[in-house]
Design a protein around this ligand. Structure first.
Ligand SMILES: Nc1ncnc2c1ncn2[C@@H]1O[C@H](COP(=O)(O)OP(=O)(O)O)[C@@H](O)[C@H]1O
Ligand SMILES: [Mg+2]
Length: 254
């Protein structure tokens, strides 16, 4: 177990936003974080990334409180792809991806073979190698998103957190990204909106509503008609493929 939230809480403007959430990101697996708009997914990811200190509870990295882990170690091993990224920078796509190597290098250290290899591999894995020399500001929304993911991969993290990483991507790139996340040895947690993508690609799913964790478990165990109705307030049918145990959801108009 690498990343673990233990009864964490966070408040903003006097309102509880994350309330007593306990969840674990299974080692080397993909955990999908789903829940309605405003349920606290982004807030929870920021807590797990150590960007925010909770008002209660703890985030543990390998059983150590994150607050006790040296910042440089956190910066090396944990990567976070946030939803909104600044578009002001005057850097090429490759230079943005290269930022992912910063925590691995000393201030005056020259670029190593390993640094170059990690950047090239990340550009290739996200299908962005042919755009590497284009200015970041001139990329499309989907291309920027893929470059942010490439930056996180170049960091070679042990834990990877992603907030709605399929936003802006066309359907092929959405599926390519989910397959890529599934194939990594990294422990991944990704907030996802498409419930069918979540059940098809994630090893486990964590469902949040009103800042609390409703359930975490295997997709087929978690995604029931009753859960979908109570959390997302829609009617659905759930079919399980007897061959691979994967479930498929269909949403029904009221
Ligand atoms: N800094 C903040 N100040 C006040 N309210 C916030 C702040 N951040 C988030 N919230 C509120 O917390 C709730 C959860 O937000 P968020 O974590 O972004 O949800 P999600 O990512 O699931 O859509 C929302 O109602 C949002 O308005
Ligand atoms: Mg969000």
């Amino acid at each position: 177990m690498t990343l673990h939230a233990c009864d964490i809480a966070w408040e903003a403007g006097g309102q509880p936003i994350v309330r007593g959430v306990t969840l674990r990101v299974p080692e080397g697996r993909l955990l999908g974080l789903v829940g309605p708009n405003g349920s606290g997914k982004s807030s929870l990811l920021r807590l797990l990334a150590g960007l925010r200190r909770g008002s209660d509870g703890a985030v543990l990295l390998d059983h150590r409180p994150m607050s006790a882990v040296p910042r440089r170690e956190v910066a090396r091993r944990l990567a976070f792809v946030e939803q909104q990224v600044s578009t002001e920078v005057v850097l090429t796509a490759r230079e943005v991806v290269a930022l992912g190597r910063t925590p691995h290098r000393g201030a005056w250290e020259a670029w190593s073979e390993a640094d170059h290899a990690a950047v090239s591999a990340a550009l290739a894995r996200t299908g962005m190698a042919d755009r590497a020399d284009q200015l970041w500001s001139t990329l499309s929304g989907g291309e920027r998103q893929r470059i942010q993911i490439a930056r996180a991969l170049a960091q070679e993290p042990r834990e990877l957190l992603l907030d709605e990483p399929t936003n802006h991507l066309d359907i092929r790139h959405q599926l390519d990204l989910l397959k890529l996340l599934q194939s990594l040895d990294t422990s991944c947690i990704a907030a996802l909106h498409d419930l069918n993508h979540a059940v098809a690609f994630c090893d486990e799913i964590a469902v949040v509503k009103d800042g609390t964790l409703v359930i975490q478990g295997r997709p087929a165990d978690v995604m029931t008609v009753d859960l979908i109705r109570s959390v997302f307030e829609v009617a659905a049918t759930v079919r399980e493929d007897p061959e691979n145990g994967r479930v498929r959801l269909d949403f029904l108009p009221d």
